[in-house]
Design a protein around this ligand. Structure first.
Ligand code: APR
Length: 233
């Protein structure tokens, strides 16, 4: 399995949150990425997510997303658990994607629950529901909110049975997602961290590889295929 964070989309041109040019260095999460901020200023928060949808739509899945698609063909069971809301794993072709923090292309009305996909929402041009006038919010997990139970339970189950988890492009500081590698280790699975920098997880990883996710993951996939070819000889 893979657990991915914003770093896997960095090479697609989507800014991370905590890196040197991270989003949270310029903008305040408490003003944009929590429910209180949305109720205080629905216009600002809706505009920000509309902007982020424009950024993610022009972005393309990069070599790292594609390597995970190919890696899934090399194992009988392979799940991608992502903290990202950018929809790039789905667009790359990953079949089993567990979205811990939601998906920026999904929105719903707080009043009547009507769902709005991203394109429809942006065309609607307003954060007011055209059915009931209620506020439309993105279907993503804001700070302080619970993760979707079905997604979290699926992630925990996958982590408890995993032989190996590739932890790719996450600073491993946001919980409960950051607990998942420990669940793998507690169940005798192996952790391979892929990141351009050290993280709090690095000392616990069985292998910690520093480098850009697209290069490292492609090399790992090629290495597995080569190993399998040699084993057949
Ligand atoms: N290849 C691999 N790793 C990279 C690359 C790259 N090309 N570029 C950056 N990274 C690493 C950074 O070193 C950093 O450790 O990706 C990580 C990104 O960390 P964050 O910006 O903190 O993103 P993430 O870990 O996904 O944040 C978790 O926090 O803001 C919330 O909900 C948001 O899902 C997000 C959560």
């Amino acid at each position: 399995m893979a657990l991915t964070g914003a770093g896997i989309s960095a090479e697609s041109g989507i800014p991370t949150f905590r890196g040197t040019d991270g989003i949270w260095n310029k903008l305040k999460p408490e003003e944009l990425a929590d429910f209180g901020a949305f109720l205080r200023n629905p216009e600002l928060v809706s505009e920000w997510y509309k902007h982020r949808r424009q950024v993610t739509r022009v972005a393309k899945p990069n070599g790292a997303h594609l390597a995970l698609v190919e890696m899934a063909t090399l194992f009988p069971i392979f799940a991608v658990i992502t903290q990202n809301i950018d929809n790039l794993h789905e667009r790359a072709g990953s079949e089993t994607v567990i979205e811990l923090h939601g998906n920026i292309e999904r929105n719903y009305c707080l009043g009547c629950g009507k769902r709005y996909d991203g394109e429809e929402f942006d065309k609607n041009g307003s954060f007011k529901c055209n059915e009931c006038g209620g506020l439309i919010r993105p279907d993503i997990v804001w700070f302080g909110e619970m993760l979707p139970t079905d997604q979290w339970n699926a992630a925990e189950a996958a982590a408890s049975e995993a032989d190996i988890m590739f932890v790719v492009g996450t600073s491993a500081v946001v919980y409960p997602a950051a607990n998942l590698p420990m669940t793998v280790k507690r169940n005798s699975g192996k952790i391979v961290e892929i990141n351009t920098e050290e993280t709090p997880l690095s000392e616990f990883a069985d292998v910690s590889i520093q480098g850009p996710a697209s290069e490292v993951l492609s090399e790992i996939v090629n290495g597995i295929k080569e190993f399998r070819r040699d084993a057949k000889k």
